[in-house]
Write a protein that binds this ligand. Structure first.
Ligand SMILES: NC(=O)c1ccc[n+]([C@@H]2O[C@H](COP(=O)([O-])OP(=O)(O)OC[C@H]3O[C@@H](n4cnc5c(N)ncnc54)[C@H](O)[C@@H]3O)[C@@H](O)[C@H]2O)c1
Length: 248
């Protein structure tokens, strides 16, 4: 029960990896805010968790919606100890070349996948100030370190997310708030189950551990980075990817 009496906000917690983050935080004692665009899914996750969770319909790409998230969180729980910026356009995303992707789609994509983490952080940080052990984790991807493939804007948004992690760590460290990231490799969620088995085989073949990740393995890393056990770690993005990306 590492997170008893703590409050966590998890964006995009209506399914997939974010759902596991919300449930694992609650399982270790945290009160959880399921901040999700899809009302049906967000409500489902909050009610499966029970009294420890609330659902707040949130569009991370809309600063007004992020401000409303902060207000609802304050009203329900008073303050925030942990923020996980997990929401992204991922399941069902388009895989287009940079030179021809529809610009409205590209700008919307960046608004959700890159700027969203900053909008939510700006709204929530005032509720974190002065809370001992406060921490943020931004969801990156191994795609941040790859380039040149269709849908490259996804990796670009995640590389930008790594930059946000580094700069926010510098800005918020003096307030006692740590900011880190995780970069999952291919992880088994409904989004991944829709991908052609041959493509998955090709991806797994590049991974030293030779298998897809499990959402609980991502949660293990995020909960560690949020916890006091990571109390001297900030500004880092940790690859949780079966060895797919190997950096010096
Ligand atoms: N599954 C993987 O293999 C993998 C690998 C690397 C990184 N990631 C990252 O992990 C995170 C979760 O991935 P997933 O597989 O669970 O994806 P997913 O698409 O299943 O889940 C994303 C969630 O974010 C929500 N969302 C989308 N736009 C939103 C918005 N504007 N405001 C609020 N919520 C919004 C969706 O409704 C959904 O519930 C994403 O950031 C993704 O980029 C996933």
């Amino acid at each position: 029960m590492r997170f008893e009496n703590k409050v966590a906000v998890v964006t995009g917690a209506g399914q997939g990896i974010g759902e596991t983050y919300a449930k694992r935080l609650a399982a270790e004692g945290a009160k959880v805010v399921v901040a999700e665009l899809n009302a049906e899914q967000g409500q489902r996750v909050a009610s499966e968790i029970g009294d420890a969770a609330i659902f707040v319909k949130t569009d991370v790409a809309d600063p007004a919606s992020c401000a409303a998230l902060a207000e609802a969180t304050k009203a329900a729980f008073g303050g925030v100890d942990y923020l996980v910026n997990n929401a992204a356009i991922f399941a069902g995303m388009r895989y287009e070349p940079l030179m021809s992707v529809d610009l409205d789609y590209y700008l919307k994509f960046m608004a959700v996948n890159l700027h969203g983490a900053l909008y939510v952080t700006r709204a929530i940080v005032p509720l974190m100030e002065g809370r001992k052990g406060a921490a943020i984790v931004n969801q990156s991807s191994t795609a941040a370190y790859l380039s040149g493939s269709a849908g490259a804007y996804y990796g670009i948004s995640k590389l930008g997310t790594n930059g946000l992690t580094m700069s926010l760590a510098a800005e918020l460290g003096p307030k006692g708030i740590r900011v880190n990231g995780v970069a999952p490799g291919p992880t088994l969620t409904d989004a991944m189950r829709q991908v052609d088995a041959k493509i998955i085989e090709g991806i797994v073949a590049q991974m030293p551990l030779g298998r897809l990740g499990d959402t609980n393995e991502q949660a293990d890393a995020v909960l560690f980075l949020l916890s006091d056990a990571a109390g001297f770690i900030t500004g880092q993005t940790l690859c949780v990817d079966g060895g797919m990306i190997r950096k010096p």
